[in-house]
Design a protein around this ligand. Structure first.
Ligand SMILES: Cc1cc2nc3c(=O)[nH]c(=O)nc-3n(C[C@H](O)[C@H](O)[C@H](O)COP(=O)(O)OP(=O)(O)OC[C@H]3O[C@@H](n4cnc5c(N)ncnc54)[C@H](O)[C@@H]3O)c2cc1C
Length: 295
């Protein structure tokens, strides 16, 4: 069985940032990556300093090439199926049937989005339907914006998005704003439409149950997020519950509740972005190195 100082599971923004710090400390690292980034549906990535407007895949490919240029780093392109053990003695089973051992684990496996079940919505995810105004709001060029409610949590979108364009909140049977919420929406100039949505068509056209068709520059909604892998749960990491889903509870140094297991990126945040994943990953990398140096 191969032995590593650190197994980094998830080789996207957070995992590669962690691996880079460990590589530069000449530690023996195995990156395990299944290649299913959360933002793979989008053609461009925005808001990451120095890389604004680039393809999200190209950013990862360039980062991966730089990290793999360090001689102590190797990568397994595939899934880590399960993991167990304790500090200094973790075993990870891979999808090719082999197992590896590592003294520390960095979990950077991200989250998956569970989208509202509206015909036509999933096909437009990342192209005309988004969740993050900072990532994709600017490119709508001040055009009309639809917010599809998933519950009261959608008030957040409905109150923010007028900064990016004339906004309509579609409550879609998910919640009814109370008097205070109605006043807050009016103060921001957000329109409210309570007729149910039948489908999304065209680029970002909303078809209502009464037959009306309303065209928008873009649509926002708030998916529920779930960890993309069960590894953190298998290892016994503690979780926190956020308004959109659960995430791994970590210390400011990115260590989970399980000694020797670190977590970073979307997996360990209420809400994330590429910049934040890279920052968290860098912190997880130095923190993991610190724990290897000072037992
Ligand atoms: C449609 C869309 C558009 C977005 N646009 C932007 C944007 O413009 N700007 C921005 O800053 N943010 C954007 N985001 C958010 C951004 O995608 C995430 O914040 C970011 O990808 C988090 O990075 P991460 O490394 O934590 O996780 P991810 O990038 O999701 O990577 C996790 C990696 O772990 C791998 N993995 C999971 N389980 C396993 C396993 N068991 N074994 C091996 N590998 C595994 C996955 O395959 C994946 O490669 C967008 C998100 C979406 C959904």
């Amino acid at each position: 069985m191969s032995h590593y100082d650190v197994a980094v599971i998830g080789g996207s923004y957070a995992g590669l940032a962690a691996s880079l710090q460990l590589a530069r400390a000449r530690r023996k690292v195995l990156i395990i990556d299944a290649g299913l980034r959360r933002n793979r549906f989008a053609a461009t990535s925005h808001g990451f300093l120095g890389q604004d407007g680039r393809s999200p895949g190209e950013i990862v490919e360039q980062a991966r090439a730089q990290v793999l240029a360090y001689p102590t780093v190797t990568i397994h392109h595939g899934r880590a199926e399960s993991a167990r053990g304790e500090k200094n003695d973790f075993s990870i089973w891979l999808d090719d049937g082999t197992a590896v051992q590592a003294r520390r684990l960095v979990l950077a496996t991200g989250v998956s989005d569970i989208l509202p079940e509206i015909p036509g919505l999933a096909e437009r995810w990342g192209r005309h339907v988004f969740h993050c105004p900072y990532c994709h709001g600017y490119e709508l060029n001040g055009g009309r914006i639809a917010v599809i409610a998933v519950g009261e949590v959608s008030m957040h979108h409905a109150l923010m998005l007028p900064d990016w364009g004339d906004t309509t909140l579609f409550t879609n049977g998910r919640f009814t704003p109370d008097r205070q919420q109605t006043e807050a929406l009016a103060a921001r100039g957000t329109h409210v439409e309570s007729t149910s949505i039948s489908a999304l068509e065209g680029e970002a056209e909303i078809v209502l149950a009464d037959g009306r068709r309303l065209a928008f520059a873009g649509v926002f909604t708030a998916p529920t997020t779930v960890p993309s892998s069960p590894l953190a749960e298998q290892l016994g990491c503690a979780f926190k519950d956020g308004p959109l889903g659960r995430y791994v509870d970590v210390s400011p140094m990115m260590e989970s509740s399980v000694n020797g297991v670190f977590a970073c990126g979307d997996l360990a945040r209420m809400a994330g972005s590429v910049s934040i994943a890279v920052g968290d990953g860098a912190m997880a990398g130095v923190s993991t190195h610190r724990s290897l140096m000072f037992e």
